[in-house]
Ligand binder design. Sequence first.
Ligand SMILES: Cc1cc2nc3c(=O)[nH]c(=O)nc-3n(C[C@H](O)[C@H](O)[C@H](O)COP(=O)(O)OP(=O)(O)OC[C@H]3O[C@@H](n4cnc5c(N)ncnc54)[C@H](O)[C@@H]3O)c2cc1C
Length: 382
Amino acid sequence: MVTPTFRFDPVEMPPEALETRKEVRAFIKEHEHLMGFSRGEFNRDFSRAMGKKGWIGMTWPKQYGGHERTSFERYVVIEEMLVAGAPLSAHYTGDRQSGPNMLRFGTEEQKNYFLPRIAAGEMAFCIGMSEPNSGSDLAGTRTRAQKVDGGYKINGTKLWTSNAHRADYAILFCKMAGDGKEEPDRHAGATQFLLDLKSPGIDIRPVINLLGEHHFNEIFLTDVFVPDNRLLGAEGNGWNQLTSELSFERSAPDRFLVLFQMLQQMIRMAGPEPDKATAAALGKLISQLATLRSMSVSIAGMLQEGINPNNESAVVKDLGTRYEQDIPVVARQLFPAEPELEAIDLYSSMIARSTMNAPRFSIQGGTREILRGIIARGLGLR
Ligand SMILES: Cc1cc2nc3c(=O)[nH]c(=O)nc-3n(C[C@H](O)[C@H](O)[C@H](O)COP(=O)(O)OP(=O)(O)OC[C@H]3O[C@@H](n4cnc5c(N)ncnc54)[C@H](O)[C@@H]3O)c2cc1C
């Protein structure tokens, strides 16, 4: 008999979170000209403005530039920003995963140096995990670090690195160079570094996505020197650190709100008296959204209690990305339109953008198959 180990307790948002919501909405109104369709934009000024409001590193200790607020308040800030299509990219990775990873595994010097800068919206991080031959299979990483005097020499290639061309630092995942013999333990020697992207020997080349935009990159590392004090955690502990970082990445509420504006647009187009089929299709999307949100708020409650929501996050990400991928499909069925990226008509450009964006939802941050493997393990099925 398998014992289900998922926990989605119903959670009420505390009153302070409702106050925060009002404040965030007022801020968004003030910055309306910067809002867009989905959160892709990278805007350092906006991140600095959010830092000034205390909305980055919200739950971190004050001694490292954080604000010791609750996970619920943080949830509300992110939720409102995503729904509005705010340009979060310059601080989002640092806030969501690089900072928390450092809080957990970093040295005092690293926490004192990096965290206040991230929280102020001054320093942007990116994620250096995937490689040409290891995306899902991160244990197969080929990038190698070799111990040298005063630090490490790193060689290898990273791929799909979002915003590497704009960020300041990457958390780089690699392995320690061994003696060339096959290691029986595939996780042996795994190590993470805080990599200054301005270091000599780094060549960042653009990879253009389906939309014709420069969002991710390939990074070539040739004899890149990283000083001892930029080793994150311990040599050989990288796998443990990486899975912790991925769990921070997946527990965020950003996996089902990217197309919220499109849903709103469809509701507007349906009008106050939609026919039965339209009402049923939109009702299904809205009820799925409401359920996903309850599950996601419940995860915020777990984070608040210090519980690791690894399995629950995988469920929400998997269901959330399926829901997001359904939105453009339902839109095309209900309101057919010629997709055109640069169309003046908002809906035609939304159709084009969302259709071309949809495949990525179930790839980034772990593919559907990988997440389902995690869920199966959580259920004790493998
Ligand atoms: C928009 C976007 C942004 C990204 N940003 C970043 C970033 O900033 N930093 C970064 O490091 N990476 C980033 N990635 C990369 C992303 O994490 C990888 O693409 C993803 O992990 C899949 O790896 P892969 O592309 O090598 O595919 P593969 O691992 O080769 O997978 C190919 C297919 O095989 C399936 N598969 C693989 N292994 C198994 C298995 N064991 N069981 C069942 N099925 C399996 C997969 O589910 C997939 O369908 C980004 C990707 C996208 C789309």
